[in-house]
Design a protein around this ligand. Structure first.
Ligand code: C2E
Ligand code: MG
Ligand code: MG
Ligand code: MG
Length: 277
């Protein structure tokens, strides 16, 4: 290794490093182009209330149609957008687009929007949320923001003030991917979340895995006593859904219920056909 650094501190050329860096630079460039060229689209995935068996909301999930690479996963490009300072602009587009779209849906449905922790550092997030609601005419109660625990871990005082201000608008706040990372239950004392989304890694191993079962039970029990709503992510089988119902989980989201899709018309009840007399 010492040798690889070279005697005079020179680094030897490493082709694989170069390729990685090159593709990173390329993606950064392409992301800027994508914002200018409207290559982004929102897909929507339904959340099902397990008591009423009705769809209650849709999560907006960002899609990038790259002109050459085809569909690029957000897991791939969101981190790059965060690194190169494009997440603010991208997040603003998502917020505006999601609220504008949801304003046209039936009143009973909410829309959930993922917010990057970095959006808490950019321009005023509260201002952006407020403006998106005003422009779209969407009622604040129909908007839900999904954040991850790093929002609470980093710059706690600043971010909690922002979360409280957003909540004061009437917007709901959900904690995403719960159970991954540190996920201390004490967060629930720090901030009164409206909803907790149990990460799909726990749901995947239901109903047979005893550990997964105990963890999900512990989360749902605690949430129930705190009056926090629980959504299980990544529900793919009937057996998982039954286990979640038995554990008193409130909502489910996953391929079993519906995959993310560009429009939600498949979920709209057809109007009764009126026959003339
Ligand atoms: P997330 O917010 O936890 O979203 C759930 C992810 O699980 C989505 O992946 C969804 O397509 C996937 N999923 C849903 N049901 C199932 C299932 O039954 N099985 C499996 N295996 N997967 C399922 P997606 O759309 O690829 O998004 C990945 C992540 O990218 C999201 O995780 C979120 O963290 C981030 N993301 C997506 N859109 C946005 C956005 O507009 N803004 C920000 N900041 N992040 C976003
Ligand atoms: Mg989410
Ligand atoms: Mg999640
Ligand atoms: Mg996730």
């Amino acid at each position: 290794r010492v040798k690889a650094e070279g005697r005079n501190g020179w680094r030897f050329y490493r082709p694989e490093m170069d390729a990685q860096l090159q593709s990173r630079i390329e993606m950064e460039h392409d992301l800027r182009q994508a914002l200018a060229d409207n290559q982004f689209q929102l897909f929507y995935q339904p959340l099902l209330n397990l008591d009423t068996h009705r769809i209650v909301s849709f999560e907006a999930l960002l899609r990038w149609h790259h002109p050459l690479r085809g569909m690029v996963s957000p897991a791939e490009f969101i981190p790059v957008a965060e690194d190169c300072g494009l997440i603010g602009q991208l997040g603003e587009w998502v917020l505006n687009q999601a609220t504008r779209t949801a304003a046209l849906w039936p009143e009973a449905w909410r829309v959930a929007v993922n917010i990057s922790p970095l959006q808490f550092r950019h321009k005023s997030l509260v201002g952006l949320v407020n403006r998106a609601l005003k422009v779209s005419g969407l009622s604040p109660a129909r908007l839900e923001l999904e954040i991850t625990e790093s929002v609470i871990l980093e710059d706690e005082t600043h971010n909690l003030a922002i979360l409280n201000a957003i909540r004061a608008l009437g917007v709901r706040i959900a904690m995403d991917d719960f159970g991954t990372g540190y996920s201390s239950l004490s967060y629930l004392r720090t901030f009164p979340f409206d909803k907790i989304k149990i990460d799909q890694s726990f749901v995947r191993d239901l109903p047979h895995d005893k550990n997964a079962l105990s963890i999900v039970r512990a989360i749902t029990d605690m949430a129930q006593s705190l009056g926090v709503l629980i959504t299980a992510e990544g529900v793919e089988t009937e057996a998982q859904m039954e286990a979640l119902k038995a554990l008193n989980c409130g909502e489910a989201q996953g391929y079993l219920i519906g995959r993310p899709a560009p429009d939600i018309s498949a979920y709209v009840q057809p109007l009764a056909v009126c026959y003339g007399t």
